[in-house]
Write a protein that binds this ligand. Structure first.
Ligand SMILES: *Cc1c(COP(=O)(O)O)cnc(C)c1O
Length: 222
């Protein structure tokens, strides 16, 4: 199957209002170009060095999403061009993104990554930790970061009811934060959840952005 036909098939099953981020980590610039030529503009990468290498080789109007865990000392490499950081998970990281965004005269939109999975390995704020972070209010001082919503990953399991429950928890956290802190802020609107294995459930539960790799590009050769 070609990248193009994979994307075409995916688009048939995804409502137009849901944004598809094509997660291209470990895939070549040629494969990304094939998706781009089919009209795909949003791509996701999870490693700074890989993104840094690919970005200059590809069209400038691509919107790059950073979906992996982001180390503070690497923020400066992607700050000039990144469109949306999905993995904001600490006040210290936020201050660094703010500083690097300011140095580039821009505002960087970020999503609060929430840990809802039943797995130690997944990163993100625990829900209570995120509540504290928002209640504390210091984030408002970071004027070059725009908190644009939330992101989350579910447990890697065949149990679709558990996955659905975790998506529901993410949606309810979004609603809570929206009403408590962002009711007047139209830019707080994104719920990034759902990957190749579970995106249909994520859409049913309110995803506005899905992050799909394998279904578009095939298996990754790690
Ligand atoms: C790799 C990755 C994806 C895409 O996963 P697939 O199962 O290949 O669709 C989505 N989100 C994040 C954070 C990832 O690291």
């Amino acid at each position: 199957m070609s990248v193009r036909s994979n994307i075409d098939r995916l688009r048939e099953t995804v409502p137009e209002k849901v944004k598809i981020v094509a997660v291209s980590k470990f895939h070549s610039v040629e494969e990304i170009k094939e998706a781009y030529d089919d009209g795909q503009l949003h791509f996701g990468e999870s490693r700074v060095q890989e993104l840094e290498e690919k970005q200059p080789l590809l069209p400038a109007d691509i919107e790059w999403h950073f979906v992996g865990s982001l180390q503070r000392n690497k923020v400066r490499f992607i700050a000039p061009f990144v469109s949306l950081v999905h993995s904001l998970d600490s006040a210290r990281l936020m201050r660094e993104i703010d500083k690097r965004a300011a140095a580039n005269n821009r505002v960087i939109p970020c999503l609060l990554q929430l840990h809802v999975a039943d797995e130690e390995t997944k990163s993100g704020f625990m829900p209570d930790e995120c509540r504290k972070f928002l209640a504390d209010g210091k984030w408002k001082e970071c004027r070059n970061v725009q908190i644009a919503g939330i992101m989350g990953m579910t447990t890697f399991t065949e149990d679709t009811e558990q996955v659905r429950k975790e998506f529901r928890l993410l949606k309810s956290l979004f609603d809570e934060f929206k009403s408590e802190y962002f009711a007047d802020d139209d830019s707080f609107k994104e719920i990034s959840m759902g990957m190749s294995g579970d995106y249909p459930i994520a859409i049913e539960e309110g995803a506005t952005i899905i992050r799909v790799g394998t279904l578009i590009f095939g298996e990754r050769g790690y």
